[in-house]
Design a protein around this ligand. Sequence first.
Ligand SMILES: Cc1cc2nc3c(=O)[nH]c(=O)nc-3n(C[C@H](O)[C@H](O)[C@H](O)COP(=O)(O)O)c2cc1C
Length: 171
Amino acid sequence: METWDAIRSRRNVRSYAQEAIAPEDLDQILEAGRRTPSAGNQQAWDFVVCTDPDQLTQLARVWRSGGHVAGSAATIALIAPNPDDARSRDLIQYDLGQATMSMLLAAADLGIGSAHSAVSDQALARRLLGFPEDRFCAWLICLGVPADRPLAPIRRPNRRPFEDVVHRGHW
Ligand SMILES: Cc1cc2nc3c(=O)[nH]c(=O)nc-3n(C[C@H](O)[C@H](O)[C@H](O)COP(=O)(O)O)c2cc1C
């Protein structure tokens, strides 16, 4: 897929076909995350990729609306440190957002659907994923071939109008 098509085709896909993601495709998505820019090039992220259906079923319980985790072909957990100062926490969340978008677009490029999931039960996430005490699980990225329809450029996305969002030279 062309980049512009991938940008326009990505959408929140919460139900997935019962189809595995090829290991090389999954690695390409993870590599997109690894290549993401970060503040000071700190790369303060680790990615735990899960494909085992039993583990995914358990992982779905870390967030009350995480049902799509259970049905995903793979879910990538974004693990990060939790520094005391607000500035560092902001930067890490910005970096994680960029890594997320890189992976969502890499997935879309391969025709693979994606969806975020929040994480609230950190103790359960830690037990299932085994990350160290000084880290937390920030977000989950669920992946899978869309169950409903293939990804294709969305003509009229559910977004604020262009002229409302874009300010030229001045607000
Ligand atoms: C930080 C963040 C957290 C999100 N958390 C969830 C979530 O827990 N569950 C979910 O179904 N979607 C979640 N989403 C997906 C958004 O609801 C979705 O991207 C938005 O409604 C726009 O729809 P689209 O992705 O189809 O364009 C999250 C998105 C972001 C950016």
